[in-house]
Design a protein around this ligand. Structure first.
Ligand code: PMP
Length: 372
């Protein structure tokens, strides 16, 4: 039986998509074999990959001067690949707003040298709360160097639940000409976003796109061709773009499932409709937390509370195990918070329906009543 799955990633996929995968698993559209078993260079798979890219371009409104790359190695590999492709002898600026952007900064410093990678804002505050990150810097609170090779930020911090909800306002002070690179792993496709505000976007697939093993990169063409000397070809965006992401064997099955997810998103009304549903889901859940008289608590500044990842603590951590055991009995999976933060986390990505959030809220209210 399928339960409501609040996993942070790999995360729930739309049931409709999984049904379709099941139907096509042994024989894709009369090909006589499944997608996992066919050549990536055959006409069947080429059509799958082209359709997936076309649907993604349509959904996100990706301008023609951006390449869409289907890569591997996870978003973590991008932490190294971004500076190795874009630094080009210059210096980059990083904004740190949670664990993932902190990791991105550290990896960039490790592979390209500390002096080439500047941290221009860091909202970590271990004094204020145990988990450290609960807010974004004010746009006036950081200043991006006009000579920066790029600015890196993570627009949704999956562990801390801090999201840039208004990219245009947040990035308004970035000097024109500084390319903005965003790690959108955990909220890509969750609502309309202006791709053209970024020079590059990357995202691991396993939250809002499809199975793990696929990493999406959307790169503006003028950023290509600046890779560090000696960079392996599979890590060079320009080489991958030249080969339509097929320099070597791509993660074919993950690309296929991602393509089905894109079609599902189009059927439900695209990112505009998805954004409306996601806003309602987040509203319901935060209302339950804020309306619990302190039984549940989310420490994040209201202006940047994530609509995808909702961490919360119980007023008494001694109740955590009880809460999780009861949740499982109520058909609610994977609510345990990340080990660095503790407490709970409900990830309510695109594939989590409103009904799943309603079930969680009903359980939370019942639990609080019983234990208050
Ligand atoms: N960035 C963000 C925002 C993430 O949520 C994650 C994974 N949870 C990563 C990067 C790392 O992704 P991967 O495991 O695909 O390397």
């Amino acid at each position: 039986m399928r339960l409501w799955n609040f996993s942070a990633g790999p995360a729930a996929l739309p049931a409709e998509v999984l049904e379709q995968v099941k139907d096509e698993l042994l024989d894709w559209h009369g090909a006589g074999c499944g997608v996992m078993e066919m050549s990536h260079r055959g006409k069947e798979f080429m059509s799958i990959a082209q359709q997936a890219e076309a649907d993604l371009r349509e959904l996100m409104g990706i301008p023609a001067n951006y390449k869409v790359l289907f890569l591997q190695g996870g978003a973590t590999q991008q932490f190294a690949q971004v500076p190795l492709n874009l630094l080009n002898g210059g210096k980059a600026d990083y904004i740190v707003t949670g664990s993932w952007s902190k990791k991105a900064l550290k990896e960039a410093q490790r592979v390209c040298g500390e002096s080439s990678v500047r941290c221009i804002a860091n909202t970590e505050d271990k004094q204020a709360v145990a988990d450290g990150f609960t807010r974004l810097p004010a746009p006036s609170g950081f200043s991006v160097n006009a000579d920066a090779a790029y600015l890196h930020l993570c627009t949704n911090e999956t562990i801390h639940g801090v999201e840039v909800l208004d990219e245009a306002a947040f990035l308004a002070g970035v000097p024109a000409g500084v390319p903005v690179v965003g790690d959108l792993s955990s909220h890509i496709l969750s609502r309309p976003m202006d791709v053209s505000r970024y020079a590059m976007i990357y995202a691991g697939a396993q939250k809002n796109i499809g199975p793990s093993g696929l990493t999406l990169a959307i790169v503006r063409e003028d950023l290509l061709g600046k890779a560090a000397a000696g960079l392996p070809e599979v890590m060079d965006y320009q080489v991958m773009a030249k080969h339509d992401s097929m320099l070597n064997t791509p993660p074919t099955f993950a690309i296929y499932v991602a393509g089905l997810v894109f079609q599902w998103l189009k059927r439900i009304g695209g990112v505009a409709e998805m954004g409306r549903i996601n806003a309602e889901k987040a509203r319901l859940l935060y209302a339950a937390i804020d309306g619990s008289n302190g039984f549940y608590r989310n420490p994040v500044d209201v202006a940047c509370r994530s609509q995808m990842n909702v961490p919360f603590t119980l007023h008494d951590a001694a109740l955590d195990a009880d809460f999780l055991a009861g949740a499982k009995d109520a058909g609610l999976l994977a609510l345990k918070g990340h080990k660095s933060v503790g407490g709970m986390r409900a990830s309510i990505y695109n594939a989590m329906p409103l009904d799943g959030v309603r079930a969680l809220v009903a359980y939370m209210e019942d639990f609080a009543k019983r234990k208050a």
